[in-house]
Design a protein around this ligand. Sequence first.
Ligand code: ZN
Length: 304
Amino acid sequence: MTPVTAGAAGPSAASQAVPCEICGNRQHDFRFEKDGYPFLRCRSCGHWFVPWTDTDQKLFETYEQNFFSEGAYADYQRDKPALQRNFRRLVERLRRIQPAGRLFEVGCAYGFFLELAQRRWESEGIDIHGEGIRHARNTLKVTAREGHFLKVQLPEAHYDWVVMWDTIEHLRNPGDYLDRAARILKPGGRLALTTGDVGSWMARLQGKRWRLYYPPHHLHYFSRATLGRLLRDRGLEPEVWTTVGVTRTLDGMLYRLLADRKPERRRRFYEWLRQRGWTGTGFPITLDVFDILLVIARKAGGQG
Ligand SMILES: [Zn+2]
């Protein structure tokens, strides 16, 4: 792949002015286009991103339309057992580090993580997705609110944990979210997050076909180097870097392989399988291809 410098023409023209989220540099190389979006790489720090030059509101609308059903997920709620297997492993990891106190989840969706976390920590969450929050509150009875993490009132230096599962890559301005996370953490409190690793062998091998290159829902593509820098700049020192496996149902996997953003004929084949019950929703498979990072970073101060 030959990198082409973003020029005055084409989809990357407007994006020239967008500063890099990590280092502020405005010089980027255009790497490729996928689904109509330009992928840029910062010339200074190497950060990969898709510039979003419209408002947050316009970005959020892309979720209301279709993300949790017939979008990125065939049916998020039907995948709950598989999703909660992932979350149980995360609860277990967090518990071994700090088993008590208060936890705040940014991007809690339908509340599937909070449902598990509230048994151990005093837990609450926020999401912009109204339907998800209604499910979280009314059905799962967890503490969750609909709103914008950067705009709601929250106590400072209050939480032992702030968690963001597969969320940071969705944000237009992840640095602002980490700023706020750092402020609401107690001294010695920890931020835990998962996100795709653009430096992984999977991403390098697959190039633009990598499944996590998913615009406009995924806008930022971190490596250990760029994410580490974004965290340290906010006084959050990474303590744990590892990869996590992902559990999916067979149905969830087939949906991604055959239907999500795929040609009509493949979509119809998926529907045909599903109508016959052959995609077996209750069949979870766990796979770790080492391209999803888990990082846990600690705010200075406090006890050990
Ligand atoms: Zn940069």
